[in-house]
Write a protein that binds this ligand. Structure first.
Ligand SMILES: N[C@@H](CCC(=O)N[C@@H](CS)C(=O)NCC(=O)O)C(=O)O
Length: 232
């Protein structure tokens, strides 16, 4: 365990999926060699893939013959198997506390902020504009304080941490989609920069990190997201 040479890892993924994107980020940060199998989500899953993951979802990994589904579980498993800059082990000094703080941040971002991302995209006109205030309020209340030491990443880290592994693909979408008024209000970045500067500085760093952007195709994801909401 732990030697990059001895282990065989296959990632079943799709580059448009923000959940699969978590696995892509953790693997890039760990620098682990892996084989990629792209699952076409536009077609019914093959019997072969359903035998691997009966839910038919991506991501899934095959690690030395063991199947591990679900992005959060995959990411945690890899971060635990390959101790790194991403996350301290629970037994090393400060490790349990760091893990608790990172987990709370992930929970806050996903449940209080990211939960508004797709409803905001779906909204139109004045209702869409109201999401500027809603994002600012949620970010101020739930995550701005947790990012006061970001430098630029969580907890003052100069490298990505597990907090960015778990939230990065969604933060990237927030930053990227707010450049396109059909997706998110284009006044959002300025409002966030002014009212939640810690968050915006962090979000910009995350959205520009190489391990976050290497599979990112802004144009295709934007177009597909608009199509999903019945817009062109
Ligand atoms: N809870 C899952 C969600 C994964 C998920 O929803 N993946 C989507 C693509 S973004 C998928 O595979 N969809 C296929 C389908 O619903 O048929 C995880 O975190 O891995």
């Amino acid at each position: 365990m732990g030697s990059t040479e001895d282990n065989k890892l296959i990632l079943y993924t799709n580059y448009l999926c923000p959940w699969a994107h978590r696995a892509q980020i953790v693997l890039a940060e760990l620098g682990i060699p892996f084989e990629t199998v792209i699952i076409d989500l536009d077609k019914p899953r093959t019997a072969e893939y359903l035998a691997i993951n009966p839910r038919g979802l991506v991501p899934t990994i095959n690690y030395n013959g063991k199947i591990i589904p679900e992005s959060g579980i995959v990411s945690q498993f890899l971060a635990d198997t390959y101790p790194s800059h991403l996350l301290k082990t629970s037994t090393e000094e400060g490790g349990a506390l760091q893990r608790a703080e990172i987990n709370f941040f992930i929970d806050a971002y996903m449940s209080k902020v990211n939960s508004m991302l797709y409803p905001a995209i779906r909204a139109e006109g004045a209702e869409k504009e109201e999401y500027v205030t809603k994002f600012v309020e949620a970010i101020s209340k739930e995550v701005e304080g947790l990012l006061k030491n970001a430098g630029p990443y969580f907890g003052g880290s100069d490298k990505l941490t597990f907090a960015e592994v778990m939230t990065g693909s969604f933060v990237l979408r927030l930053v990227s989609f707010s450049k396109n008024e059909k997706l998110l209000p284009t006044s959002l970045p300025k409002a966030l920069e002014e009212k939640t500067p810690n968050f915006w500085k962090w979000a910009t760093a995350v959205a520009n990190a190489k391990s976050v952007t290497y599979i990112w195709d802004e144009e295709t994801v934007s177009t597909r997201t608009l199509e999903r909401f019945g817009r062109k």
